[in-house]
Design a protein around this ligand. Sequence first.
Ligand code: CDT
Length: 305
Amino acid sequence: MSRALTVAAGQLGPIERADGRPSVVARLIALLERAKAAGCALVAFPEMALTPFFPRRLVEDDEELAGYFESEMPGPETRPLFQAAADLQVGFALGYCERARQNGLERFFNSAVLVGPDGAVIGKYRKVHVPGTRDPVPGLPVQHMEPRYFSDGDLGFPVWPAFGSRIGLAICNDRRWPETYRLLRLAGAELLLIGYNTPAHLPDAPWQNDLRGFHHRLPMQAGAYQNSLFVVAAAKAGVEEGVEMLAESCVIAPSGELLAQAEGVGDELVVARLDLEMAERYRRFLDLEGSRRSEAYGPIAAPTR
Ligand code: CDT
């Protein structure tokens, strides 16, 4: 039996500080409309899809900083996107900066929501692997200071039954770590949606610059194969606030093969038709949850060095 789902990575070109929410939301809606025309049921949008990726610099103006965060989702400015989803009956995943209240305290997370074809929120994920430094690294022309602005995610890796599948979310740096895929797969996920803002060059490790695209795909293709998952990865791409971002949004099968990849560095829809049964076929073939494997591991040894 085949279970078909047509999905897309909704890649975005750069967002500049002067771009207000309405113009960004209009770009997201345009991608949803194109997704509808292409027969998609679901679109994955990037990490921080409403704002520039501001953690690459010190934001000392409180008003400016507050302007990057959403205290409700949807809020007044994002509601048109949710309405468009309901009108078109196309769901989406959207990365954004979340301002939350917990036990009377304000907390800030790098978050994403999964939204159904009725425009209602199905669930929320908060980025677990928050990379970079709290304070600027002396001498670095471009910083990466997510820990300055965000707490580590506290929701684990939830999986939701939706779109005839079981779906999990991850955000950017999460895609580089095997636990992300393993925990999601053990919780039943067969489709993983990832949004990212990845610099195309590393000023502190220029020797890796030629490998940026390879190191982007390598863990996702391995994670997909080793865990019998589909992966949809959506970039914020192009030159944003003077920093070149990796594009290369893509869709990956449980075989580890690339099904589709972005051609440009601007707003672009990267579409693939998934046979979700493929995840099940690979899961059974690899005997993914086979008990013999954990028996063979034995006790985990302490490092010897
Ligand atoms: N946004 C994000 O998580 N970016 C990271 C770059 C970290 S560089 C310190 C990534 O893994 O792409």
